[in-house]
Design a binder for this molecule. Structure first.
Ligand SMILES: *Cc1c(COP(=O)(O)O)cnc(C)c1O
Length: 372
């Protein structure tokens, strides 16, 4: 017996955890600042933490009412019917739900390059594949309908990441609408709004209400600080929303996960503090980092710290790419950022927004290693 041919399936390499890095560098984990996975540095909503404790003693039961309650609450918040809310095991789980519900064998997704790795992974798990459209550094990674349509060739699903990871650019609502208008009737435009809480563009939810070919991904992992809980959801057109009942894993979102989500939605103070901190941090990074940055609408900023392929941080030759060399050097000083080589941006790093103290320390360290 052998598994099927998995040679086309890449292994997801998550950013390394604090403990792991601390052990390797023989540093105290408390001295490390992790700015590599776009987590909320303020932690989870305190209300979500309290709810998790409160419901811990009912986890011998399958989650039932918590799932329904959270769906009803989200439906209310978004002005949609409960069927149109597809809860899943993180935003990644939402992508799997769409793959299952939409992709026929050998159909393809059109995804941004640079872009988020899991789109392609999910497509391949479900016997599909991807093509890509290019976002270009030359025009600030701008996202318009034309950027996508130039590459579009009848793919079954077109993915728009807005705000985009790792660049922070957005596609305005009227461009998303034009994209949906100009792609085939049988093509789904999937708008990944994982960072939607940080953006000053409108959500595409109005298109989900009006059309049958636009769906949205949202997650509790970023602004709500619940990455460890694994909670995300899709917003899906009414006409085919009932597909969820046929494709989702029974009880895929746990009792504590749903309770934490419900409580987090009631914690306005936590979200407001988080968004304010992110806005301050973005400005600080643009102004103080000795590197080219791009305006971001996410909780992170992309910075060009080296010349890219084969060049060291100061432009000289080295074994590693500029981004990788800077990432390694910063890590030795306790600052963990994300090298963007794996995104196809070898001279760049992505820095998660943190508190003022964290940003000051990160900028001090990064400026030192960029100049080194
Ligand atoms: C973080 C992220 C997601 C979802 O992450 P989950 O933790 O699985 O909810 C989806 N899309 C993008 C672009 C992301 O950065």
């Amino acid at each position: 017996m052998e598994p099927r041919d998995l040679s086309d399936h890449s292994i997801y390499r998550a950013g390394r955890g604090i403990e792991e890095v601390a052990r390797e560098l023989e540093l105290d984990p408390g001295e490390l600042v992790k700015l590599s996975s776009n987590e909320n540095v303020l932690g989870p909503s305190p209300k979500a933490v309290a709810a998790t404790r409160e419901y811990a003693d009912v986890v011998h039961l399958y989650p039932k009412s918590s799932h329904t309650d959270l769906i009803d609450r989200l439906a209310d918040d978004w002005g949609l019917a409960p069927e149109q809310i597809w809860l899943a095991n993180g935003g990644d789980g939402v992508l799997d739900c769409f793959s299952r519900a939409v992709l026929r064998p050998d159909e393809r997704l059109l995804v941004p390059q640079p872009g988020f790795a899991y789109y392609g992974m999910s497509a391949r798990y479900h016997h599909g594949d991807t093509e890509s459209y290019q976002l270009s550094k030359a025009d600030g990674f701008a996202q318009t309908a034309d950027t996508v349509l130039e590459a579009y060739d009848g793919e079954r699903v077109v993915v728009v990441t807005s705000p985009h990871n790792p660049t922070g650019s957005v596609m305005p609502l009227d461009e998303v609408e034009r994209l949906a208008e100009e792609t085939d009737e049988d093509t789904l435009v999937l708008v990944d709004e994982a960072y939607g809480e940080f953006a000053n563009v409108e959500s595409a939810v109005s298109l989900v209400r009006e059309r049958d070919d636009v769906a949205i991904l949202r997650t509790f992992s970023k602004a709500y600080g619940l990455a460890g809980m694994r909670l995300g959801y899709g917003l899906v057109p009414e006409s085919w929303a009932d597909a969820y009942a046929r494709i989702h894993t029974p009880f895929d979102t746990g009792e504590l996960t749903c309770r934490a989500g419900l409580a987090a939605l009631d914690d306005d103070e936590h979200i407001e503090q988080t968004v304010e901190m992110v806005e301050t941090a973005r400005e600080y990074l643009y102004e103080n980092l000795d590197a080219r940055t791009w305006k971001s609408q996410g909780n992170f900023v992309l910075a060009e710290v080296g010349a890219g392929e084969g060049a060291g941080p100061a432009g000289g030759q080295s074994e590693t790419t500029g981004g990788e060399a800077v990432t390694d050097a910063a890590q030795r000083e306790g600052i963990i950022v994300r090298d963007c080589s794996s995104f196809g941006l070898p001279g760049c790093v992505r820095i998660t927004c943190g508190t003022s103290e964290q940003m000051e320390r990160a900028v001090a360290v990064l400026n030192e290693v960029i100049d080194a």
